[in-house]
Ligand binder design. Structure first.
Ligand SMILES: [Zn+2]
Length: 119
């Protein structure tokens, strides 16, 4: 993908971008105009609703049930049943899905995400 170009709002000269995470500092080489902005990652702008679908797990551990209970706000029995039967855990935007995905991986819970999750 081509690098974005930033044009000085005062004089129209192409600005020099210095990326200091998470800020993007722009300086105009001609008139010295400075702009600081935040650089967004693709995931921040992703407006897709992703769904985490659990695969059925015959004998979920206590920790796994606790995790599901935390994520869904459901009680122990409902969480255990969801793990055993599999099914939709939750749907959310990309940023939230990325966090949950990490937790599920840490606890060896098998799941899939639809649509395909690119992060
Ligand atoms: Zn300028």
């Amino acid at each position: 993908m081509e690098e974005n170009k930033y044009i000085c709002p005062k004089c129209g000269t192409e600005m020099i971008a210095v990326y200091e995470k998470p800020a993007l500092n722009l300086t105009c080489p001609k008139c010295g105009c400075k702009i600081a902005t935040t650089k967004w990652e693709d995931i921040d702008l992703d407006d897709t609703d992703y769904k985490i679908v659990l695969k059925s797990l015959a004998h979920p551990s206590m920790d796994q049930v606790k995790l599901i209970s935390n994520l869904t706000g459901q009680n122990f029995i409902a969480s255990k049943r969801l793990l055993e039967n599999g099914g939709v855990l939750l749907s959310a935007k990309a940023i939230e899905i990325r966090e949950k995905k990490k937790l599920l991986n840490e606890n060896d819970v098998d799941f899939s995400i639809s649509p395909e999750f690119p992060y």
